[in-house]
Design a protein around this ligand. Structure first.
Ligand code: G6P
Length: 368
């Protein structure tokens, strides 16, 4: 992808729209239908070594930390392995227990974030080989890691990360599939995941065609003072990332929370001026989420919901539905984040913010 803005108004808009192709690029040559798995050339670890792994630790900052959280849910589901997701800035100074059956990964789009580099160096200093998931080829983290996976998402210029997040999630879905297939995940179950990952770029293309729905919701959000983002299970990290995008570029206060935790605090904030954005595609816990939406409605809180196309139960409850196509749960985070990226973009545009260069933020934080 070129670094020219072309016909786009902002790099963030361009990078959101590039996502079908960046996910295709992240998956290229890595999916192996014959064995219902995914493979990575740069991991530098044998299958027998990976089978001995009993725990995975991810360390990252910002949006990369959110992607790692999606990875936690996916690896638990598909490979039944315990995963811990650490803020790199915390991990590097803690005495986090590691052993030779723990797989340590750092995630960084830029490969230059000081705290993430610090976490990598600390794990390696203690004698634990550390792998990296990076976008920028030849970056410091990529060079110092013992192996890893590149995103191949192309240069990301907008300070608010978008296409790197979805490429990270796609890579983590493939990693979960790879680890799962080395363990108990059956061929048909692996194949279902593989086909789902393959279908994601086209499905994202369909979401991008629905931008007018998002613009209508953005008009509502742009006049709020504070916005709650709620999601559970795989969508909890999506809610965190949706809130972060809005905060970063529109300067609105936004808070991401696990949906059912709402009643332990955030519900006190609900009033007619405080919108709640529910990440609520159809899935195993959908009925429970609908109950939470009703609780917000009962307090006259405006509701925006990311939901599955044709979900009438949701349409009856929400003021705005941002639709995504029906898809297996494992790829729903890849889809559900797209309307939230667009929402942040349009809210920031309506509020006249400097979208590609938000105040006080840097694309890559190379100091502690
Ligand atoms: C900064 C950027 C974020 C990014 C984070 C981690 O805060 O503004 O967009 O997610 O750094 O960056 P990395 O390059 O390590 O993924």
């Amino acid at each position: 992808d070129s670094v020219e803005l072309g016909s786009f108004s902002h790099y963030m808009q361009k990078e959101i729209r590039e996502q079908p192709s960046t996910i295709r690029d992240a998956c290229r040559g890595r999916l192996r239908p014959a064995e219902a798995t995914a493979q990575f050339g740069g991991l530098n670890l044998s299958a027998s070594r990976l089978r001995r792994i009993r725990r995975v630790v991810f360390a990252a900052c910002g949006t990369s930390w959110h992607a790692a959280l999606v990875g936690e849910y996916l690896i638990e589901r598909l490979a039944n392995l315990p995963v811990e997701v650490e803020y790199a800035s915390e991990f590097r100074y803690r005495n986090a227990p590691l052993d030779d059956r723990t797989l340590v990964f750092v995630l960084s789009q830029s490969g230059e974030t000081a705290d993430t580099l610090g976490a990598l160096r600390e794990a390696r200093r203690r004698g634990f080989p550390t792998l990296a998931i990076c976008n920028v080829v030849g970056s410091t983290i990529a060079r110092e890691a013992d192996g890893g996976i590149y995103l191949h998402a192309g240069p990301e210029i907008g300070v608010a990360s978008t296409k790197a997040f979805s490429a990270q999630v796609a890579v983590l879905a493939m990693l979960a599939l790879h680890l799962g297939r080395l363990r108990q995940l059956s061929f048909p179950a692996g194949m279902e995941v593989l086909r789902a990952i393959e279908s994601a770029p086209d499905l994202i293309g369909r979401i991008l065609d629905r931008e007018p729905e998002v613009i209508a919701a953005a008009e509502r959000v742009a006049i709020a003072r504070s916005v709650l983002f709620l999601g559970r299970d795989l969508h909890y990290p999506v809610a965190l990332e949706g809130a972060l995008k809005l905060k970063e570029i529109s300067y609105l206060h936004a808070e991401g929370y696990p949906t059912a935790e709402m009643k332990h605090g955030p519900i006190a904030l609900i009033d007619p001026e405080t919108p709640s954005v529910f990440v609520a595609p159809r899935g195993s816990l959908h009925g429970k989420t609908l109950g939470n939406i009703e609780e917000v409605r009962a307090r006259r809180g405006p509701v925006i919901a990311v939901g599955t196309e044709g979900d009438d139960s949701l349409a009856g409850l929400a003021d705005h539905v941002l639709s995504i196509p029906d898809a297996p749960e494992v790829i729903q985070p890849l889809l559900a984040i797209v309307p939230l990226q667009l929402l942040a973009y349009h809210v920031a545009r309506l509020r006249g913010c400097d979208i590609d260069k938000p105040r006080n933020l840097a694309k890559s934080v190379t100091v502690e």
